[in-house]
Design a protein around this ligand. Structure first.
Ligand SMILES: Cc1cc2nc3c(=O)[nH]c(=O)nc-3n(C[C@H](O)[C@H](O)[C@H](O)COP(=O)(O)O)c2cc1C
Length: 325
């Protein structure tokens, strides 16, 4: 197993992606207890809320877990200070460059792994002193870059000398084995965990993930704002239609699209609203066919990869799966 995971002490080299509004203490606890790295998604929540989530996990496990910090959050400074105070094992960051927060977090013993969509950002992060990077392809759910996992991961692996975790489009042992073959030392999955038993999202959202096919997602924000992969719903189709109209008209009045977008994640996750809510999910939604406990998901994915990689030196990355195989 890679020194990163040996140091963390997880059983599997698997991160559960920090997902805004979705990855709360329940999911992170279940994943960490089962031997993965559970990650609480801070999203745009205030620091007090995130601290309560951290404490809820700490109260129930001594296993390591992480927090994903969205750098676009208005509370980012407070959240970084709080996460350092809480000595969280791992921080992943989304949407930007966390360089200025590294000294504070690393002084608290926290390993920092930014999510990167390109070789350029990966190299910049390594120069700043990060402990690893999560190279995330555009197959993934949520905010995305423009490269696919297959193209991005090996190029990042070649460019940096820190551990690389692959994310985007990985939902089973085949995906995990492929990611290890590309040079990653572990994987991060989000979409598969959307339907974990311990994931508290509206039943309409889980049902939509389970019903999705290979072509069940689209990308919003390509014309206006930040690109994000979501399930095809009346809301997301309307959103794309509206942003195309705005882009073609050349107007700088974004009021209508802002009204549709603001609060849409909450309306999707909590209200299950298909007309006005967003259901973020990746292209592998078509492979996610049943709700099951997080522990089962981890064991299945790791055992599947171990079977495919048996006899290969790459299997060393999965060493602790011997415990469960
Ligand atoms: C519902 C949802 C919300 C997400 N929110 C965040 C987030 O707040 N911060 C972040 O860095 N990544 C976020 N992601 C990306 C995941 O952490 C993970 O990298 C991604 O889901 C991996 O690709 P996959 O969906 O193909 O498994 C989100 C993904 C989903 C599906």
């Amino acid at each position: 197993m890679s020194p990163l995971f040996e140091a963390l002490g997880t059983r599997y080299p698997i991160f559960q992606g920090g997902m805004a509004w979705v990855a709360d203490a329940h999911l992170a606890l279940a994943v960490s207890e089962a031997g993965g790295l559970g990650i609480i998604g801070a999203g745009h929540a205030p620091a007090d809320y995130v601290r309560a989530q951290i404490r809820a996990v700490k109260a129930r496990t001594t296993r390591p877990f992480g927090v994903n910090i969205m750098l676009l959050s208005p509370y980012v400074d407070e959240i970084v200070a709080m996460v350092a105070e809480e000595h969280v094992a791992v921080v992943t960051t989304g949407a930007g460059d966390p360089a200025k927060y590294l000294p504070q977090l690393q002084a608290a013993g926290t390993k920092v792994l930014p999510v990167v969509p390109s070789v350029g950002l990966a190299k910049r992060m390594v120069r700043a002193g990060v402990d690893g990077v999560v190279a995330e392809g555009m197959e993934s759910g949520g905010h995305i870059g423009s490269l696919t996992t297959m193209a991005l991961v090996p190029q990042v692996v070649d460019a940096v000398d820190v551990p690389v975790i692959a994310a985007g489009g990985i939902a089973d042992g085949r995906g995990m084995a492929a990611a290890l073959a590309l040079g990653a030392v572990g994987v991060q999955m989000g979409t598969r965990f959307l339907v974990a038993t311990e994931t508290h999202i509206h039943p309409n959202y889980k049902a939509a993930v389970l019903a999705a096919k290979d072509v069940g997602t689209l990308v919003t924000g390509q014309y206006v704002g930040h690109a994000a992969r979501v399930l095809k719903t009346p809301m997301s189709r309307n959103f794309v239609t509206l942003e195309k109209q705005i882009a073609l008209s050349g107007t700088d009045d974004f009021t209508a699209i802002e009204e549709l977008g603001n609060g849409s994640l909450r309306r999707g996750v909590q209200d299950g609203d298909r007309e006005r809510g967003s259901f973020m999910a990746g292209e592998v939604a078509g492979m996610v066919t049943k709700e099951q406990p997080a522990a089962e998901i981890l064991a299945e994915v790791a055992a599947g990869a171990a079977k495919l990689l048996a006899g290969s030196p790459l299997a060393a990355n999965l060493h602790p799966t011997k415990v469960v195989s």
